[in-house]
Design a protein around this ligand. Structure first.
Ligand code: NAD
Length: 326
């Protein structure tokens, strides 16, 4: 029986983790700390009996200290972040505030309660990070490894890289028992529809364009969120303090392949499921046409950086002026 503090537990991956953990550890209490930004939704976890939501900010160090002290928390799993690359390009400040200062605030609170106050409590601070700290993959590149050089390309990945370094430093400097996992692109339930898969699915159902930046050949590895949760649990059980572990799905795909399979799955669903055409009359598939006709190539006419690929290529919003090519 343990008390976990899960930050960002009303968001996509954090919310899935709360469900995953509660199902497998019914005697544990999961204290969720989430400030409920646009990406957080209390309904994601409201049917989880062992979950207790505190609406608050990870930057509120004294609130975190109180939760750690009064609820006898022995494990922090830190998901809370600003997580959307394109938003980090249009407004980096929130990413610096939450991802860097927020992580520092949690680390400070953990150090105070777990180390300085001499609780002697066995503890673990587990930090959730991204493989985007390593940069981008070309079509022929090997998968990232834990020793890959950090080469963040966006304010989002730079803020996550910075938080990774802080977590590591608290281990080496103060002896905090930390682990970090860097995972690839997650997909699954409860994802906010600004990310590629939920956004394109909704667009396909409502007959809206599917915007493709560049040639759509930007390669990412895709990881189902439940597999990610399983990896985090394995790391909590067996990970060595001070270590980092990559978690991937072994499914490296160019964005175009993901988009093509969304199109063909939507077409198939309209053929097989009665009533879909009535429910989504604007979908091309409702009129017997191919969803792929919604694919729209976007040509960027403002060059914003010198990397091979735009960091957020094929998430929803473009930070640059765009020209519709098809
Ligand atoms: N989604 C992915 O594919 C992916 C891939 C790699 C790594 N990650 C990392 O996983 C973690 C979770 O990502 P996600 O996709 O679930 O994000 P998300 O945007 O869906 O959820 C983030 C959650 O954090 C909360 N939050 C934001 N700022 C906060 C603050 N200052 N204090 C307290 N709560 C705050 C939000 O309300 C939200 O519930 C992030 O650290 C992200 O960097 C995500």
């Amino acid at each position: 029986m343990a008390n976990l503090l899960v930050t960002g537990g009303a968001g996509f991956i954090g919310g899935n983790f709360v469900h995953y953990w509660a199902d497998r550890h019914p005697d544990d209490t999961v204290i969720v700390l989430d400030s409920l930004t646009y990406a957080g939704n209390r309904s994601t976890i409201e049917n989880v009996k062992q979950a207790e939501l505190t609406v608050g900010d990870v930057r509120d160090t004294s609130l975190v200290e109180t939760l750690l002290r009064e609820r006898n928390v022995s494990t922090i799993v830190h998901f809370a972040a600003e997580s959307h690359v394109d938003r980090s390009i249009s407004g980096p400040d929130a990413f610096i505030d939450t991802n860097i200062l927020g992580t520092n605030s949690l680390l400070k609170a953990a150090r105070t309660v777990w180390l300085d106050e001499g609780s002697g409590r066995q503890h673990r601070f587990h930090h959730i990070s991204t493989d985007e700290v390593y940069g981008s993959l070309g079509p022929k590149d090997a998968a990232f490894s834990e020793t890959h050089q950090y080469q963040p390309n966006s304010p989002y990945s730079a803020s996550k890289a910075s938080s990774d370094h802080l977590v590591r430093a608290y281990h080496h400097t103060f002896g905090l028992e930390v682990t970090t996992t860097n995972c690839s692109n997650n997909y699954g339930p409860y994802q906010y529809p600004e990310k590629l898969i939920p956004l394109f699915l909704l667009n396909a159902l409502h007959g809206r364009n599917l915007p493709i930046y560049g040639d759509g050949m930007n390669v990412r590895d895709w990881l189902h969120v439940e597999d990610h949760c399983r990896g985090i649990e394995a790391c909590l059980d067996n990970g060595r303090p001070g270590e980092t572990y990559n978690i991937g799905g072994g499914e490296e795909l160019p964005n175009m392949a993901v988009i093509d399979s969304i199109c063909s799955e939507v077409d198939r669903a309209f053929q097989e499921i009665d009533g879909l055409a009535m429910r989504y009359p604007d979908a091309p598939a409702a009129k017997g046409r191919a969803t792929s006709e919604l694919k729209t190539f976007i040509i960027e006419i403002a060059v914003t950086r010198s990397t091979k690929q735009r960091p957020g290529a094929n998430s929803a919003m473009s930070p640059t002026t765009t020209l519709k090519a098809a």
